[in-house]
Design a protein around this ligand. Structure first.
Ligand code: WT7
Length: 686
């Protein structure tokens, strides 16, 4: 990094470590999409019509009549009466405006091969595949399941579905066969698009085998399309009823498929996510509100411009990839990057190599990745010219200030603002984050000048960056931190996040389960009688004197492993399914890189007490089979008992403390306090 102040590097490092607030460089502010601080007031005064500003980023086939329809809250509707097509908005309109030769997707495979799709190319292939899907029988509103890794055919299939009005349900490729089957059954899906395999650390993984295994558990007769990713690497087995993607696209080359006008409230996609109970929740997102919201937040927060090369390193199998690799960036007509593989293959500088080669402007990643980069050391980013970067972002879990500062310095060279964006699968897009270019002094809060007339350098400002704190809610978003009664907590206090007004990107319901939708999100803090609806995201948080929100983590039985949300109940039910295991409790424990890791505490059945190794292997296998490698337990501890309260409830908090190596505190209220030390010794002993 440059050090033209003459300060020794060590001092500079120390200064950075202590610094608590950061401001965006003037050069960034000057070019930013949104830099007028009045945007906050403007949104507040014109709410909900302020959201027209988001809708204006889209092309509508039919103008909407009403911005927000709240007559049947919490079943809110946005931009009602409006009609549009998401694939038209992400493709055709850019081509019509002359951008046919601009790169839409730049992809790199793990082995180094690259593919670039211009907007023109992408439209052609989307149309061909849309025509093929129709030929297979896909009709408007049929749910098409996409079970694919990070290959261009995944966004192509998503947009092809969107074009013909068929909602997609993308299942993360790392999920197991069982997880695929559960999601297909839940969505009553009759169509699957998958692939033969993909590369991980140089090895070809057989994905088709996993898909086939999953299909055996699906109730419907399924039509399957298989993308040939690996060529000859794996025999490209096609069962009798499977279709080859390449052949289908070739057969339909040149097809022209009119984008179907969808009602703003028609479903664009389903995305399954974990909750408190074992059953994954099918989060329903719609066409108008979701697309407007992801386009607006990409514009205002990620500062995406059509001429940018933008890179979000998430997997499209999660909501981050849907909103900020595919829909938001493509709606704005930018170049979005995709990388198939792992960040440390063949070496730990792979991502920086990609940034340099592609002159990436914006880089959006997860804290867990940043903590890995830190661990690997600065030599890897230092090998590359990262000066093309203009903005950095993080998402998925809280970022510790040290990791934030490392990112700021070693990746951004202290020249890039960082946006720490809090949101969820359910919110569709970002909710709490600073706006990167707004740095308005707070009226009335500037202190007196220092003696000698020197200006104070760190005046309290709206939207200055505070490492570790996501920031204020976005304009138009009414997020608060409240106590158990729903009253806002004082600055400095901790409480729970609530969202007290609806927003366009919000989930509309849980697929075919309105009751669970209300129960999961709208009961804790709403007053049904008074028709006052408050959304509860199940996160704990603190708020400071500048209304900055620092997210503390989930308050339900969901843990966040490397930015991925896992339900402890799902893991528990896999473990107790193992013969020889009587009872199990699964909790999250702190982890340096992953944020949280999975800890399993299990009680062997009578007769299995001496067979821990065998049980451990089976439990591990059960977790991998029912969820996938992301849920792989850090540790499986066998114990004759679990710590329980006198009323027989498992003390999860205590198990979490043991897993994290934290103070255990008072255990005297337990029915069996003696078991605690025994378990703690086992965990520490490993
Ligand atoms: C949960 C949502 C948002 C897309 C990726 C995860 C946690 C998310 C942050 C952040 C602290 C964060 C929350 C949230 N989370 N972003 N910037 N700071 N925590 O989506 O799988 O639906 O998980 O991730 O706990 O509830 P998800």
């Amino acid at each position: 990094m440059s050090d033209d102040t003459g300060e020794p590097e060590v001092e500079l490092e120390a200064r950075l470590e202590e610094q608590e607030t950061f401001e965006p460089p003037e050069s960034f502010v000057e070019q930013a999409n949104v830099s007028d601080p009045d945007v906050y007031e403007e949104f507040e005064e014109n709410w909900p019509d302020c959201w027209e500003r988001a809708a204006d980023l889209l092309s509508w086939d039919e103008e909407y009549d009403t911005v927000l329809e709240d007559g049947d809250a919490p079943f809110y509707e946005w931009f009602t009466g409006g009609e549009l097509n998401a694939s038209y908005n992400c493709l055709d309109r850019h081509v019509e405006e002359g951008a046919k030769n601009r790169a839409a997707i730049k992809w790199e495979g793990e082995l180094g091969e690259t593919r670039t799709y211009t907007y023109g190319d992408l439209l052609n292939e989307v149309e061909a595949f849309a025509a093929a899907l129709r030929d297979l029988g896909v009709e408007e509103d049929d749910v098409v399941t996409l079970y694919m890794p990070m290959i261009p055919e995944l966004p192509i299939a998503m947009l092809a579905c969107a074009r013909i009005g068929a909602p997609h349900s993308v299942v993360f490729a790392g999920f197991s066969a069982d997880a695929l089957a559960t999601r297909m059954n839940s969505a009553d899906s009759e169509y699957l698009v998958t692939c033969d395999g993909y590369y991980r650390r140089g090895d070809a993984l057989n994905h088709k085998e996993k898909a086939d295994k999953g299909l055996r558990g699906v109730e419907n007769d399924v039509q399957t399309v298989v993308v040939d990713r690996l060529g000859d690497e794996l025999t490209h087995f096609l069962g009798a009823d499977a279709h080859d993607y390449g052949e289908l696209v070739a057969e339909h080359e040149g097809a022209s498929v009119e984008p179907v006008s969808r009602d703003a409230e028609d479903m664009l996609f389903l995305m399954y996510t974990s909750g408190t109970t074992g059953e994954p929740k099918g989060v329903k997102h719609t066409t108008g509100g979701y697309l407007a919201y992801t386009a607006w937040t990409s514009h205002a927060v990620l500062d995406v411009k059509p001429e940018d090369t933008y890179w979000c390193t998430a997997d499209i199998g999660w909501i981050t990839g849907h909103s900020y690799i595919v829909y938001g960036p493509l709606a704005l007509g930018t170049t979005t990057m995709m990388y198939e593989g792992t960040p440390d293959y063949p070496e730990k500088d792979r991502l920086w190599d990609l940034v340099e080669k592609n002159r990436v402007d914006t880089f959006y990643t997860a804290p867990t990745a940043i903590r890995s980069f830190m661990k690997w050391g600065t030599e890897y980013p230092e090998r590359h010219d990262l000066s093309s970067l203009r903005l950095l972002g993080t998402v998925g879990e809280p970022i510790n200030p040290r990791a934030w500062k490392w990112y700021y310095k070693h990746i951004g060279d202290e020249e890039c603002p960082i946006v720490d964006t809090w949101w969820q699968t359910e919110t569709g897009g970002m909710m709490i984050t600073t706006l990167p270019a707004i740095n308005e002094m707070k009226p009335g809060s500037a202190g007196p000048p220092l003696p000698g007339g020197m200006m104070i350098t760190t005046l309290p400002a709206i939207n200055e960056m505070k490492p570790g704190s996501a920031g204020p809610p976005l304009p138009g978003v009414d997020a608060r931190v409240v106590d158990a009664n729903g009253d806002e907590v004082e600055a400095g206090q901790a409480g729970y996040v609530t969202v007290n007004n609806p927003w366009p990107g919000m989930l509309r319901t849980l697929y075919q389960n309105d009751e669970r939708f209300i129960e999961e999100y709208w009961t804790e803090y709403s007053d049904e009688e008074a028709d006052e609806w408050v959304y509860f995201p199940e996160d704990g948080a603190k708020i400071d004197e500048d209304d900055y929100i620092t997210i503390l983590g989930r308050v339900d039985d969901v843990i966040n492993v490397s930015g991925h949300r896992l339900g402890t109940m799902e893991i528990e039910s896999a473990v107790v399914g193992v013969e020889g295991i009587a009872e199990a409790a699964v909790v999250g424990g702190d982890h340096d890189v992953k944020g949280e890791a999975v800890y399993v505490y299990a009680i062997p059945e009578d007769g299995y007490e001496d067979r821990h190794a065998e049980l451990e292997e089976k439990a591990m296998e059960a977790v991998l089979d029912s969820i996938g490698p992301i849920a792989r337990p850090e540790e499986i501890v066998f114990t004759p008992e679990l710590p329980k309260t006198r009323s027989g409830k498992i003390m999860r908090r205590l198990l979490e403390n043991i897993a994290s190596g934290d103070e255990l505190g008072d255990t005297s209220t337990l029915r069996n306090p003696e078991i605690v030390d025994e378990i703690a010794d086992q965990v520490a002993g490993d």
